[in-house]
Design a protein around this ligand. Sequence first.
Ligand SMILES: [Mg+2]
Length: 263
Amino acid sequence: MNTTAELQVPDHQFFETLRQAPHRLLMLDYDGTLSPFVHDRFQAFPYPGVTDLLSEIINRDKSRLVIVTGRPLQEIIPLLNMSPLPEIWGSHGWEHLHHDGTIEIYPMSIPVKNAMDEAREKISQKVLLARLDIKPGSLAVHWRGLPEADENEIKQTALEIWGTYDAKEGLMLKAFDGGLELRAPGRDKGTATRHLLEESPSQVFATYLGDDLTDEDAFAALGDRGEGILVRTEFRPTQAKWWLHPPEELLDFLRKWRDCCQK
Ligand SMILES: [Mg+2]
């Protein structure tokens, strides 16, 4: 764990290793990593220039590029607005949009599903639907952009109702930037990362870029097969090896990645 704000941007050696790697895997979180944190989460579009660079990297056909996000696919697809779409793992690893367009949704166990249905039913009676996110494998309340009094009210309500479900059937109540989430056990961004690594040849050079606490599962999953990059304006303790300040350093990183992938 890196606990001091001394992490650097990926160095010359990083890109040299990337250039020479026979296989490359670039995994990217979305919110806070490729897009700025804005009040209306449905307006969280990528930083200018990001999707062009992602498309260029995909077109060079030298990297497997994957978006790994907590958002459900139905939310992330219009925000990314890319054609063709990249491969996406949505809803913290519960949904997988393959490169050929097929979608795979992983099922929850019956007891977990029943507990999640009940928790959804109870919160729906207390929190406005616009503040509620119902997705495969998790439920979330959002207070991004709300005045502090409203934020506290939603937070309190969610803690009261979902607090009783925390640890029931393995469910987990987790905070994220701007909300609280009740998650089914068994899958997270680390699961998606491990899945991708298992599918990759042994000499793959893997990188994961993320900003939030949920990305730490992915950083940990990389082990010695890849390097984590924290993308964030303010430092926080992390298992990532490198640190980028968005958007300039992120854009610079993507440009260098693209340039390391000559046809
Ligand atoms: Mg994020």
